[in-house]
Design a binder for this molecule. Structure first.
Ligand code: BG6
Ligand code: MG
Length: 210
């Protein structure tokens, strides 16, 4: 494989808890029921689609597009305050070392994330220079399981989809990789997903795949 394309949240860093806290604050203020099980459904899903999932429990008057935009803004403000507390210690030595070794072997590395905060997160944890390209929520119009984010990552790297392998923790991300014509590795939540070409428990196992 010429290139590895990594999802960010749940693969390189663990920001699920911050998404949860930020959405929970918004939901509590509006009296909307929200729990960890609902939060798990937001994995790999865009901010706007996440809000729609949360609003399945909303029983009030219909909300205008403007109000929904304000809700997303509020959630993102809280989320970014939490992200701002991240430091390089939030990336394990195993992740850092594996990325370095893959690069030394000549693989190109990219991020393929639905998040519009990917650049901010990479900066906070000191990984901006670890990747050759970043494809994220800012350069796509459709989120996973649509393949767009990975297709763009391949294009940014100048590598054919057949020579890209995607590393993902979300089922929607594995489906997106397949739709892009790329191989996939399931880790974390997706380590048991039968549609993944490879399934791993630890990040370092990527060195046995490349
Ligand atoms: C994905 C997360 O990486 O990014 C989703 O798994 C999140 O839970 C999505 O909704 C969008 O993130 P952001 O940072 O643009 O709100
Ligand atoms: Mg993820």
């Amino acid at each position: 494989m010429k290139a590895f394309i990594f999802d960010l949240d749940g693969v390189i860093v663990f920001t699920d808890k911050f998404h949860y806290q930020a959405w929970k604050k918004m939901a509590d203020e509006l009296g909307i029921y929200f729990d960890e099980t609902i939060n798990n459904r937001l994995r790999g899903v865009s901010r706007a689609e996440s809000l729609e999932i949360i609003l399945e429990k909303y029983e009030g008057e219909p909300l205008s597009g403007e109000i929904k935009a304000q809700m997303m803004e509020q959630k993102n403000r809280t989320y970014r305050e939490l992200l701002a507390t991240m430091t390089p210690d939030d990336v394990t030595e195993e992740v850092r070392e594996t990325l370095k070794r893959l690069r030394e072997r000549g693989h190109k590395l990219a991020i393929g994330s639905s998040s519009k905060n990917a650049g901010f997160i990479l900066d906070k944890v000191g990984l901006t220079d670890a990747f050759d390209a970043v494809s994220d929520g800012n350069n796509i119009t459709r989120s996973k399981p649509d393949p767009e984010v990975f297709v763009k990552a391949g294009e940014f790297l100048g590598v054919n989809p057949k020579e890209c392998i995607v590393v993902e923790d979300a089922y929607a991300g594995i489906d997106a990789a397949k739709a892009a014509g790329m191989a996939s590795v399931g880790i974390g939540d997706a380590s048991g997903y039968e549609k993944a070409d490879y399934r791993i428990e630890t990040f370092g196992e990527l060195l046995d795949i490349g």
